[in-house]
Design a protein around this ligand. Structure first.
Ligand SMILES: NC(=O)c1ncn([C@@H]2O[C@H](COP(=O)(O)O)[C@@H](O)[C@H]2O)c1NC=O
Length: 515
C-alpha cells in the first residue's frame, strides 16, 4: 500500500506548509479545510477543498465541515474487506490514507483570563477528534498525525517506502487516543468547575510529561515528572532550572514541600527541607538574615537539603549557601554575582520560580494521593489563621512578641508531617518533631533538638493535645507560649497545666494534619 490521499485540517499551522509540499511532491493528493487550504493554496501547494470531496459546503462557522460520510467512509473502510470495498466502489467513494489534524486550542482559550463561556464552548473541536478517532481506529491502513513533531518521521517513511510502517501507525494511533482523551478530560474538568462540581462521579484528570526521571524514590523504581495542563505559574512545574544535574524524584517532592512553606511568608523567608519536612525555617529583614536563621535552626540536618527562598538570592547569601552541600536552591531569582558564585558548584541545582507570592498559598487546588488500586482527592490545605480569631484560653495572654512567634510556628507546623510539634524562637524554628506516632514523642524530639533554646520558645501543635502530658513536658522545658487547634475532651487538663506554669495558650479551632 502507499499513501495516495491525505486530509489535512490543522489549527496550529506551524510546519504544515513544508510538510504538505513534500507530501505533494511525493505524489500525495492533499484535501483540506477552510483556513488550512487557503494557506496551502497561497503557498503554492496543490490542494483540493473539502467541499469538493463531500459535495457539501463548510457551514455554521466551521461547526460542520469534515463531518461527512465521504470523509469517514474513506477513513474507516477496511481495505481488505470485500464488502467494504464493494460499498466504496458502488457509492463512488475514495479512501483517505493519511489524516493530519490538530485541534481547536481549547486549553489556550480557557487559559485566557476571564474567557467568556461561549468562547470556551466554541473552541471545543468536534470534527477534528472525530477524524482522528476514525483514522486511529483504522490504523491497520490509515496513518494519523496529531503532533507536528511526527511530520519528519512520516515523511521519511513515505519517502522510503510509499507508506508508514504498521508499527509507526500503531504508535501514531495510540498517541491520538491519548491526545483526544486528554482533550476531553480538559473539557470535562472545565465544565465541572464551571458547575462548581470539581469532584464528579468520574475524575478524568490529564497530565503531560515534563521529563523522565532517572529513577523514583529508589534506584529500582521507574519514574517521570508530569504537569497538569495550565498548572499555575507559581508551582514547581513552572520552575526554570538554571544550573545543575537533572532533578530527581526525591528532589521534586522536597522542593515542592519547601515551596509550599516559603509561600506562607510575606517577609523575607528561607526554608530548608529534608525528606519533605522543614529542618530549618527563618525569617528576617533580608534573605541573608533569613538564611542565617534557617541554617542555624539545624546546621546538621540542612546538609544535603533543599533550600527555598522568597526573595532574590544576592551575593552575600550565595557566599553562605556555597559553603555547604545543598541539593537545590529555589528562589524567585539570583543576582548575576550570586549566579557566578553558585554555578561554580557542580552539584547544586538552581531553580528559578519568578512567581512566588503569598497569595499563591491561599489558592486552593486539588491534591491527589494514590493508594493501591485507587486514589483519594482533597482540596489543598490553604487555611491561614486570622490572628483576631485566636481564642486565648489561659489566664495569661501572649505578649505581642509571643504572638508573632506563635503565628510563625503555626505557619510551619501546617507543613510538617503529623504528629507535628514545632518550636520557634527569635524568628526561626529551633525544634521540629515530625511524623511521630504519638504527640509526646514529637514534642520530645522538638524539645531535645532545641535544648536551651526551648526556654521562652513558642510551641505549635498541628492537632490538639489528647491529655496534659505534652504540655507538662513543654512547660518543664521552659516553653512560654502555645498554639494548637483545641477541641480535645481533655482541653481543660492542658489549660490547667498551662495556667500552673504561666504559659499563654491560644486555640485556632483548625487542625492541620498532614500524613
Ligand atoms: N466541524 C468540522 O467538521 C471540523 N473539521 C475539522 N475541524 C477543525 O478545524 C480546524 C482547522 O480549521 P481550518 O482549516 O479552517 O483553519 C482543525 O483544528 C480541525 O480539527 C472542524 N471543526 C470543529 O469541529
Amino acid at each position: 500500500m502507499s499513501i495516495k490521499r491525505a486530509l489535512v485540517s490543522v489549527s496550529d499551522k506551524q510546519g504544515i506548509v513544508d510538510f504538505c509540499r513534500e507530501l505533494s511532491a511525493l505524489g500525495v493528493e492533499i484535501i483540506s479545510t477552510g483556513g488550512t487550504s487557503t494557506l496551502l493554496a497561497k503557498e503554492g501547494v496543490p490542494v483540493i477543498g473539502i467541499s469538493d470531496v463531500t459535495g457539501f459546503p463548510e457551514i455554521m462557522d466551521g461547526r460542520v465541515k469534515t463531518l461527512h460520510p465521504a470523509v469517514h467512509t474513506g477513513l474507516l473502510a477496511v481495505r481488505d474487506n470485500e464488502e467494504h470495498t464493494r460499498q466504496m466502489r458502488e457509492l463512488g467513494l475514495d479512501y483517505i490514507d493519511l489524516v493530519v489534524v490538530n485541534l481547536y486550542p481549547f486549553a489556550e482559550t480557557i487559559a485566557k483570563p476571564d474567557v467568556a463561556y461561549e468562547e470556551a464552548i466554541e473552541n471545543i473541536d468536534i470534527g477534528g477528534p472525530t477524524m482522528l478517532r476514525s483514522a486511529a481506529k483504522n490504523h491497520a491502513f490509515v496513518s494519523v498525525v496529531v503532533d507536528a513533531g511526527d511530520y519528519a518521521k512520516v515523511l521519511e517513511e513515505v519517502r522510503a517506502g510509499g507508506d508508514t510502517t504498521l508499527e509507526t501507525r500503531k504508535q501514531l494511533a495510540a498517541k491520538v487516543f491519548r491526545h483526544t482523551a486528554a482533550y476531553d478530560a480538559l473539557i470535562a474538568d472545565y465544565l465541572a468547575n464551571v458547575l462548581g462540581d470539581p469532584l464528579p462521579e468520574r475524575y478524568t484528570v490529564t497530565y503531560e510529561k515534563i521529563q523522565d526521571l532517572r529513577y523514583g524514590e529508589n534506584p529500582h523504581q521507574k519514574a517521570a515528572f508530569y504537569r497538569k495542563p495550565l498548572a499555575a505559574l507559581d508551582t514547581l512545574t513552572a520552575a526554570e532550572q538554571l544550573h545543575g544535574k537533572e532533578l530527581s524524584y526525591n528532589n521534586i517532592n522536597d522542593a515542592n514541600a519547601a515551596l509550599q512553606i516559603v509561600k506562607e511568608f510575606e517577609e523575607p523567608a528561607v526554608v530548608a527541607v529534608k525528606h519533605m519536612n522543614p529542618c530549618g525555617v527563618g525569617v528576617g529583614a533580608s534573605v541573608y538574615e533569613a538564611y542565617q536563621k534557617a541554617y542555624n535552626a539545624d546546621p546538621t540536618s540542612i546538609f544535603g537539603g533543599i533550600v527555598a527562598a522568597n526573595r532574590i538570592i544576592d551575593a552575600d547569601t550565595a557566599n553562605m549557601l556555597k559553603d555547604i552541600f545543598l541539593e537545590i536552591v529555589l528562589a524567585p531569582g539570583f543576582t548575576d554575582e550570586a549566579l557566578e558564585i553558585l554555578t561554580k558548584k557542580k552539584n547544586i541545582r538552581l531553580l528559578k520560580l519568578g512567581n512566588l507570592s503569598t497569595a499563591a498559598a491561599r489558592k486552593s487546588s486539588l491534591i491527589v494521593t494514590s493508594i493501591d488500586g485507587g486514589m483519594v482527592v482533597q482540596e489543598s490545605d490553604v487555611h491561614s489563621v486570622n490572628p483576631d480569631e485566636l481564642q486565648v484560653v489561659t489566664d495569661r495572654k501572649p505578649t505581642a512578641e509571643e504572638l508573632k512567634q506563635l503565628l510563625f510556628a503555626w505557619k510551619v507546623v501546617k507543613h510538617v508531617k503529623s504528629n507535628a510539634i514545632v518550636l520557634v524562637a527569635d524568628n526561626m524554628t529551633v525544634g521540629v518533631g515530625a511524623g511521630q506516632m504519638n504527640r509526646v514523642g514529637a514534642a520530645k524530639i522538638a524539645i531535645e533538638q532545641a535544648g536551651e533554646k526551648s526556654k521562652g520558645a513558642a510551641l505549635a501543635s498541628d492537632a490538639f493535645f489528647p491529655m496534659g502530658d505534652t504540655l507538662e513536658m513543654a512547660a518543664k522545658a521552659g516553653i512560654t507560649a502555645v498554639i494548637q487547634p483545641g477541641g480535645s475532651i481533655k482541653d481543660e487538663e492542658s489549660i490547667k497545666v498551662a495556667n500552673e506554669y504561666g504559659i499563654a495558650m491560644v486555640f485556632t479551632g483548625v487542625r492541620h494534619f498532614k500524613h
